[in-house]
Design a protein around this ligand. Structure first.
Ligand SMILES: [Zn+2]
Ligand SMILES: [Zn+2]
Length: 591
């Protein structure tokens, strides 16, 4: 049994434990072990051979005695006792069902015990036959939503969120770079452009080992990387494979002389490249993945760097996030010619972000205390944060009523005083927008909190006019300063509700309410296109991580990419303000 097969079995066991309602830490230990195993360059089966030193296996970080015993069982017998025990209750295919809306571990276990449904096809058949309607808490509405979810799943299962793609890109790059003579590995394609989802991964590598006369050894190295599940193709300088999660990866090994041209070409987008090639032709040049060449004498004009290629086309360098043929070529031409207006924007960077004003603590559904969140924010260089726990309508998060919200705010003020100016902690709440646009807490309560984020967490199915009017009514409440995750979508899982984003943003701009870019990769809400729309309507943007754990504050890195794709500058974003006071000055005033 090879490492990939071992990793798959460990990962499946983690999912089966999840369906069984096991402790999250136990689930996580199996997931981590799966990741560790698939990254090993040596086959673990050889470390488990009878004559191998048992210490070698335990020397791998993350493999303790218990996991080592599991691995031994897997290698010896193809399975392990825990897995067998779980499989007497469940089926391995049931883990796919967890990705559907409304299908948590308990529901998956229920459809299995009641209907023996264990995979997507069976679930679809059961739903269409009306069998789910007879189960507790399901009904017709649930069935309709589920069938739509199955349809979406089939449509989306070949796409991956940007954070997932980036993580794999980093892991594969590290393995490729272990080969002596490969010096640079860069993702190209939609990952480099920062698209919110990615269909496949393009990695470009260069260095002395990638020169044409010696590249064969480097190709051999890439074609035998431990993460490979299926090797699909292997050419002179290109290797294509899939990973355990079916993500397809193309690795190209390129000589230095054409690296810039290849980066430009494989980064795309298609529309950007078409426009660029047309521009080249008008100048008597031709642009390919190898070089920018003058037609009359075949002289190479530029190839080693992207900058040189753009400059040779009378363009300023265009950041990858803008390469969608959305006006960036015209703007780059204006910048290059030194025109006073119409040039490329000075795009926002991560270093511009000073605050994070939407996050949760153990008071509701977060995993860290006020103080732990503050320390984590300080470690990331933030100057101010707001603690915005949930309100009571979101019962599953243990949301706060008025009294609790005020008591929590008092504790926030206390911790803020104890921080002695190292960071400013605003009081706040993420208050639920109820069905008609009323807010879940009293105005008298909201009036005492610094940052009121208002968000929709229920009744996603309302028609467009209803949900639009509902959100507008909510932000008209004078205490609301930020509209949280304005469209409610969950990437690759749940569509946005039917809200008229333009109407909401127009009203938010009039009121001075900031609209959120929720940087959590599962949300990415507003999207890049909607952010650009919001800016054009005069909205201020607040980018927040909605962190429910300290590590999630790093979502800023994902969010910044989307802001850049929307052409935003530091001035467009309220939490680039240098200090807490200056930040408050950018928000809606309270009379
Ligand atoms: Zn929320
Ligand atoms: Zn939240």
């Amino acid at each position: 049994m090879d490492n990939i097969a071992l990793a798959r079995l460990l990962d499946e066991t983690a999912s089966l434990l999840e369906i069984d309602g096991a402790d999250v830490f136990r689930v996580r230990s199996y997931r981590r072990a799966a990741e560790t195993v698939e990254q090993q360059t040596i086959q673990l089966a050889t470390l488990l051979a009878p004559d191998a030193d048992p210490k070698l296996l335990l020397a791998i970080p993350g493999i303790g005695k218990g996991m080592a015993a599991n691995l031994r069982d897997l290698v010896d017998t193809g399975t392990m006792p825990l897995r067998e025990e779980l499989l007497t209750k469940y089926r391995a295919t049931m883990l796919d069902l967890l990705r559907l809306p409304g299908m948590g571990p308990k529901t998956v276990a229920l459809v299995w015990s009641a209907l023996q449904v264990s995979n997507m096809d069976e679930l679809e058949a059961a739903a269409k036959a009306g069998q789910l309607n007879e189960l507790p808490r399901m009904g017709e509405k649930f069935t309709t939503k589920l069938l739509k979810g199955i349809e979406d799943y089939r449509k989306n299962s070949s796409r991956f969120r940007i954070d997932v793609a980036r993580e794999f890109a980093e892991r594969i790059s590290a393995l490729i770079l272990a080969f002596p003579g490969i010096e640079t590995v860069t993702p190209a394609g939609s990952l480099r452009r920062g698209r919110e989802t990615v269909g496949d991964l393009d990695l470009l590598a260069t260095g002395p080992a990638c020169e044409p006369d010696v590249v064969a050894a480097a190709v051999q190295h890439v074609a035998t990387l431990p993460l490979i599940d299926n090797l699909l193709a292997r050419g002179q300088n290109k290797v294509t494979f899939t990973l355990r999660n079916n993500l397809q990866v193309d690795v190209r090994l390129l000589p230095r002389v054409s690296y810039g041209a290849a980066m430009q070409y494989f980064t795309g987008s298609k529309h950007h490249n078409v426009a660029l090639r047309q521009r080249a032709i008008k100048r008597g040049l031709t642009l390919s993945e190898y070089a920018l060449v003058r037609l009359e004498d075949n002289k190479i004009i530029a190839s080693e760097t992207e900058e040189a290629i753009y400059n040779a086309l009378d363009l300023a360098y265009i950041p990858p996030e803008l390469r969608e043929n959305n006006g960036e070529i015209e703007a780059a031409a204006a910048s290059f010619s030194g025109a006073a207006t119409g040039g490329l924007p000075k795009l926002i960077t991560l270093a511009d972000i000073r605050g994070d004003v939407h996050m949760h603590t153990t008071e509701t559904d977060g995993t860290a205390s006020i103080r732990e969140m503050a320390e984590a924010a300080i470690a990331r260089g933030r100057k101010y944060i707001a603690i915005t726990d949930h309100s009571k309508n979101l019962a599953m998060t243990n949301g706060m009523d008025d009294a609790r919200a005020l008591a929590h705010a008092a504790r926030v003020r206390q911790v803020n005083a104890e921080m002695e100016g190292r960071i400013h902690i605003f009081t706040g709440v993420e208050v639920d927008i109820l069905a008609e646009g009323e807010l879940d807490l009293e105005d008298a309560t909201l009036a005492q909190l610094d940052i009121v984020v208002a968000s929709v967490h229920s009744r996603f199915d309302q028609p467009k006019e209803v949900i639009t009017a509902r959100i507008i009514r909510a932000i008209e409440n004078p205490y609301v300063r930020i509209l949280g995750h304005p469209t409610g979508r969950k990437l690759l899982k749940r569509d946005a509700y039917a809200v008229d984003v333009e109407a909401v943003c127009r009203r938010a701009a009039e009121l001075g309410v900031a609209v959120e870019h929720n940087a959590a990769p599962a949300r990415t809400d507003l999207s890049d296109a909607n952010l650009r729309l919001a800016k054009s309507l005069g909205c201020r943007i607040s980018m927040n991580t909605d962190a429910h754990a300290t590590g999630e504050m790093d979502y800023m890195e994902d969010g910044i990419v989307q802001l850049r794709r929307a052409w935003l500058t530091a001035d467009d974003v309220v939490n680039t303000a240098a200090t807490a006071e200056e930040f408050l000055g950018r928000l809606r005033k309270r009379s």
